[in-house]
Design a protein around this ligand. Structure first.
Ligand code: GLP
Length: 241
């Protein structure tokens, strides 16, 4: 594991963007695994800046997002598809046909999940997977559980995740209770992983995820077994390590 502490959120974002830009430059047709949440917004802004300077092109890049709320279609403001359009896809030269987010509008979980796994495989697999970290140690929407889910699946969100994510909805009742998410196995199959975490409220879970016992109670802890993991945190998130 490479564990990098950035002085602040701005440095963290620039560093993370540079890592991803490096993969794209090395292999212009690379497959990126992408994440939502507040943490990656800064790095998406940095990638857009690099694109606007003419130093980066997404024309041949393919992307797979980690997760999507079940019950929200892509045109719902709080869907992860809309988030990605807003923060990255609509601002760079990516071909939208090459961007993938699980289809939240389709209630047929087997169809959504199987076709998502098949599409990842058909693309040749994810070169680098970007991840954020939930307060309870979730990655994507893989919540603490009795085991590590292998493939893309339907999850019931925990109350703590619903509470945390309700800040982005007008009321708690509007937060979907279910989501489609890549499995922990899907994530671990990526050839490289970049985990980004910011803020004092994540300090405890960063320590448990990166340096505690590997357990499905802290889904992110399995990342310790990945052969090419970079953890990029700000000073506050690293405070207990
Ligand atoms: C959501 C997403 C996760 C993300 C997490 C943390 O639950 N499904 O992929 O990592 O939020 O987000 P934030 O960066 O806003 O704390």
């Amino acid at each position: 594991m490479r564990f990098i502490v950035a002085d602040n959120y701005s440095y963290l974002s620039r560093n993370a963007a540079a890592e991803l830009a490096h993969y794209i430059t090395k292999r212009p047709s690379c497959v990126l695994g992408l994440a939502t949440g507040t943490t990656p917004i800064g790095l998406y802004n940095e990638l857009v800046k690099t694109y606007e300077c003419g130093d980066l092109s997404f024309a041949q890049v393919s992307t797979f997002n980690l997760d999507e709320y079940r019950g929200l279609s892509g045109d719902h403001e709080q869907s992860y598809r809309a988030f990605m359009d807003r923060h990255l896809f609509d601002r760079v030269d990516i071909d939208k046909a090459h961007t993938h987010v699980p289809d939240g509008a389709n209630p047929d979980a087997a169809v959504v999940c199987n076709s998502y796994e098949a599409a990842i495989e058909a693309s040749g697999g994810i070169d680098v997977q970007l991840l954020g970290l939930g307060h309870n140690g979730h990655i994507g929407f893989n919540e603490p559980a009795a085991d590590f889910p292998r493939t893309t699946h339907l999850v019931r969100l925990t109350q703590s995740t619903i509470d945390a994510n309700s800040r982005l909805f007008s009321s708690k009742d509007e937060v979907p209770r279910e989501a489609y998410t890549m499995g922990v196995g899907t994530i671990m199959r990526a050839r490289a992983i970049l985990l980004v975490v910011q803020g004092a409220s994540k300090a405890n879970i960063v320590r448990r995820a990166c340096f505690g016992p590997v357990t499905p109670n802290v889904p992110a802890s399995i990342l310790q077994f990945h052969h090419n993991l970079t953890v990029l945190v700000d000073r506050e998130a690293a405070a207990q390590c």
